[in-house]
Design a protein around this ligand. Structure first.
Ligand code: DOR
Ligand code: ZN
Length: 352
């Protein structure tokens, strides 16, 4: 018989885009309502490259939170070829910055300031290895000759394996993994190498991009892959293996930026994140493993205390709104207008 209620420690989101300005105010409540903490991506315009900028951004996030939230934003720095080695010690000592994000230049939204040649940041990586500051990787090559569906696998072969050999003690997270190759790499890696997995990559394969016509709201980076890869991700997420933890990569864009001749990458899932993961885990009858994936493995990886508050889910359907306000426009959320099987029971320790 299917279980109807699920009582778990409050989860954390180890990869989210909260944006800035008005958009921040529109979306941050969705993340804060579910998650105790989140690793906040630094790909703003201009990018967050210093501890001082990260702390300013953190203050703007805290100022945008709905009343009565205890949500803690965990900040990251955007790695560029100009990142100063000294910034790493400052980040480590800050108590506010928890990781550094590596975007290969041109790989995704606001990645132009990213790294073109990894060798140029070796001194910074060496400092991160020494200080134990994790490197969060957008793991895709940008080589236009590599097929878009192979870019993660080729990144592992060309860049990640050599990087790990050069910096064997570097703490690394391969973000939003999408392939069997990534699951295999991370599974055999030491405990200080982890991976985040999104809800949308657990629930969709690449057919969802072209269901009855092109579906811009399913376009994200890394792009959705074949069903065999989705199954490998689902297996990893639900395995109980501590290398794998929750990271939504919820990435809001205004409707016009998605439904365009050249649409942006990003799927908005923060409005229903834990409910979507519950649905994925239920598909393979492993709801009993959701708590470890969503609430324990990431905290353990980052050396942070597990949350003591609870969050209760029940098997009660609800309909996702067709759109949410986003700054001066709207955002079309994942599952817009569709039914969701799991809901959060309010009054269960999390603020409304
Ligand atoms: O789909 C994505 N959207 N992938 C990323 O890596 C960035 C993100 C964004 O910022 O919109
Ligand atoms: Zn992201």
């Amino acid at each position: 018989m299917k279980s109807m209620r699920l009582d778990i420690s409050r989860p954390d989101d180890w990869h989210v885009h909260l944006r800035d300005g008005e958009a921040l105010g529109s979306v941050v409540g969705d993340t804060a309502r579910q998650f105790a903490r989140a690793i906040v991506m630094p790909n703003l315009k201009p990018p967050v490259t210093t501890v001082a900028q990260a702390e300013d951004y953190r203050r703007r996030i805290l100022a945008s939170l709905p009343a009565d939230t205890h949500f803690q934003p965990l900040m990251t720095l955007y790695l560029t070829e100009a990142t100063a080695v000294d910034e790493i010690a400052r980040a480590r000592a800050s108590g506010t910055v928890f990781a550094v994000k590596y975007y290969p230049a041109g790989a995704t939204t606001n990645s132009q300031a990213g790294v073109r040649d990894l060798a140029r940041v070796y001194p910074v990586l060496e400092a991160m290895e020494r200080h134990g500051l994790p490197l969060l990787m957008h793991g895709e090559v940008t080589d236009p000759d590599v097929d878009i569906f192979d870019r993660e696998r080729v990144f592992i072969e060309r860049h990640l394996i050599p990087l790990q050999a050069r910096f064997p003690g570097l703490r690394m997270v391969l973000e939003h993994i999408t392939t069997r190759a990534a699951v295999e790499f991370v599974s055999q890696a030491p405990a200080h190498v982890g991976a985040t997995i999104t809800a949308h990559h657990l629930l969709l394969n690449r057919n969802a991009l072209f269901e009855g016509g092109i579906q811009p709201h399913h376009y994200c980076a890394p792009i959705l892959k074949r069903e065999t890869h989705r199954l490998a991700l689902l297996d990893a997420a639900t395995s109980g293996n501590p290398h794998f933890f929750l990271g939504t990569d919820s990435a809001p864009h205004v409707r016009e930026a998605k439904e365009a001749a050249c649409g942006c990458a990003g799927v908005y899932t923060a409005h229903a994140a834990i409910e979507l993961y519950a649905e994925a885990f239920e598909q393979v009858d492993r709801l009993d493993r959701l708590e470890a994936f969503a609430s324990f493995h990431g905290a353990d990886f980052y050396g942070l205390a597990r949350n003591s508050e609870r969050l209760i889910l029940e098997r009660k359907p609800w309909i996702v709104p067709d759109a949410f306000p986003l700054a001066q426009s709207t955002c079309i959320p994942f599952r817009a207008g569709k039914s969701m099987p799991w809901s959060i029971v309010h009054g269960s320790g999390q603020p409304e």
